[in-house]
Design a protein around this ligand. Structure first.
Ligand SMILES: [Zn+2]
Length: 385
C-alpha cells in the first residue's frame, strides 16, 4: 500500500506543475462581466498561454476567422521576441489588465507581461474573446478597431482609412503589385491595406499596446501577412515587401540571397522607408544620388561602399542602403541581358555566405569580379540619367 502512495503523490505533484496558471489578476482588476463568465474567459486565456508557453502556437484556442492573422501577430510581437531574448512566458507575470464586453458574446481582453526580475511592463497584447461557441476562442482586434473606417478599392487593393487616400500613389502601387507578380509568372493577390500614421499606430491597431523592443519607433509598417498590410508612415505604396512576398511564394528560403532580394525590392518596389517629405524613395533616385556622390568624391571605391554598406544617403533617410542600391543596378543589368531567368538565378544563389555567393552569381551572370567591379559598375551607373 505504501508503495502505491508514493507514485500517486508524485503524479499529483507533477500534474499541478503542468497546470501552472499563466494569467494572474492584479488588485485593481474590475469587470462589468458576470463573475463566472469573466472567470471562464480568464481560464480559456490561460489555456491559450499554456499553448504558447514553449514558443509554439497550435491555433487550438484561436477563432477560426482571422486565425492566421492572430497567429502572425502573436508570433511576431510576443513569441519571437521572447525566443530571441531566450526567455519564456513563465518568466513573466502575465497580468490581465482589461476584460470588458464589446458586443453580444464578444469581449476585449488585454494582458500585460511584466518581467519577474525587474517588475517592468514589457509587452501588452489585446485580443477579442469570442464566447458564443462551446469553447471560448481568441482573435486579433484589427477588424474590430477599423470597423468604422472608410474603404476604397483600387484595383486589387482595398484601402482602409480615416479621411482620404492619395489615389495616384495607390494606383502606382496596384500597378507594381501586378507587375511584380507577373514577373514571377503568378497572378497578383488582393490585399487589405490599412493606412496608419506611424509604427506605433500600426502596433495599436494590431492589439500590441506595448512591445519593449519597438518603444518609440515610428518607421515600420506591417505585412504582408495573410494578405494584410499596414502602411509605412501613412504611405499607399508597399511594393518593397510585396516583392519579398511574391519571391517567398515562388522561391525556397534556403536559396534566397538577401543581397539580391533587397536589391530587386529596391529596383521593382522602393527603398521601403519614406524620405523627409513622406515620399517613397525610388531606385533611380538613389542611383542618381550615388552618381552625384561619386562626382563629389573622386576617389570613391565602389567595391568598398558595396561591401561595407557605407551610409551615404543619410540626407534622404537614415535606413537607406548603398549595398541594396548597387545590387539593384546589377539586377537590372541581369534582367536586361538574361531576362527573368537570370534574375531568378541571381535571387536563388544561396541564403548562407550571402556576400560570397552573390559575388559568384554576378561573376557567372555578368562577368563582374572583385577586380573589375569598380570599372564595370561605373559603366552601368553612367547609363542612368
Ligand atoms: Zn527588404
Amino acid at each position: 500500500m505504501k508503495k502505491l502512495l508514493v507514485p500517486l503523490f508524485l503524479i499529483v505533484y507533477i500534474n499541478s506543475g503542468l497546470a501552472q496558471n499563466f494569467i494572474t489578476k492584479p488588485g485593481f482588476f474590475k469587470s462589468e462581466m458576470e463573475n463566472d463568465m469573466a472567470d471562464k474567459v480568464i481560464k480559456a486565456l490561460d489555456q491559450l498561454y499554456q499553448d504558447m508557453a514553449d514558443h509554439d502556437l497550435s491555433g487550438e484556442f484561436l477563432t477560426a476567422s482571422h486565425q492566421d492573422l492572430t497567429m502572425a501577430v502573436l508570433n511576431r510581437y510576443l513569441i519571437s521576441p521572447l525566443k530571441r531574448r531566450r526567455t519564456r512566458l513563465g518568466n513573466f507575470t502575465n497580468q490581465i489588465m482589461h476584460l470588458y464586453p464589446i458586443a453580444a458574446e464578444k469581449c476585449m481582453v488585454s494582458i500585460g507581461h511584466i518581467t519577474k526580475t525587474t517588475s517592468e511592463l514589457q509587452y501588452q497584447i489585446s485580443l477579442i474573446a469570442d464566447i458564443s461557441g462551446p469553447k471560448i476562442t481568441f482573435s486579433n482586434p484589427l477588424h474590430h478597431y477599423a470597423r468604422y473606417w472608410k474603404k476604397q478599392r483600387i484595383g486589387n487593393i482595398t484601402y482602409h482609412f480615416r479621411e482620404s487616400i492619395n489615389v495616384a500613389r495607390a494606383l502606382a502601387f496596384d500597378e507594381k503589385n501586378s507587375m511584380i507578380a507577373e514577373k514571377f509568372g503568378i497572378s497578383p493577390d488582393k490585399f487589405d491595406f490599412y493606412m496608419c500614421d506611424d509604427e506605433q499606430e500600426v502596433l495599436n491597431l494590431l492589439g500590441v499596446g506595448l512591445m519593449a523592443e519597438r518603444t518609440g519607433q515610428t518607421r515600420n509598417g506591417f505585412g504582408v501577412y495573410l494578405k494584410t498590410i499596414c502602411s509605412i508612415m501613412n504611405h499607399e505604396d508597399f511594393s518593397h515587401d510585396v516583392f519579398h512576398y511574391y519571391s517567398g511564394k515562388v522561391n525556397a528560403s534556403k536559396n534566397r540571397n538577401w543581397i539580391t532580394e533587397e536589391g530587386v525590392a529596391y529596383l521593382w518596389g522602393n527603398a521601403y522607408y519614406t524620405d523627409k517629405n513622406g515620399e517613397m524613395i525610388s531606385h533611380s533616385r538613389l542611383v542618381n544620388e550615388l552618381k552625384a556622390y561619386m562626382t563629389q568624391n573622386a576617389d570613391t571605391d565602389l567595391l568598398d561602399l558595396f561591401t561595407n554598406n557605407t551610409k551615404i544617403f543619410k540626407d534622404i533617410a537614415p535606413e537607406i542602403s548603398v549595398t541594396s542600391t548597387i545590387s539593384g543596378i546589377f539586377a537590372q543589368e541581369v534582367e536586361d541581358q538574361k531576362g527573368m531567368e537570370g534574375v531568378q538565378l541571381l535571387i536563388n544563389c544561396g541564403s548562407k555566405n550571402r556576400m560570397e555567393n552573390y559575388f559568384k552569381a554576378i561573376e557567372s551572370l555578368l562577368g563582374v569580379t572583385k577586380k573589375n567591379f569598380n570599372k564595370r559598375l561605373a559603366q552601368l551607373i553612367a547609363k542612368y540619367e
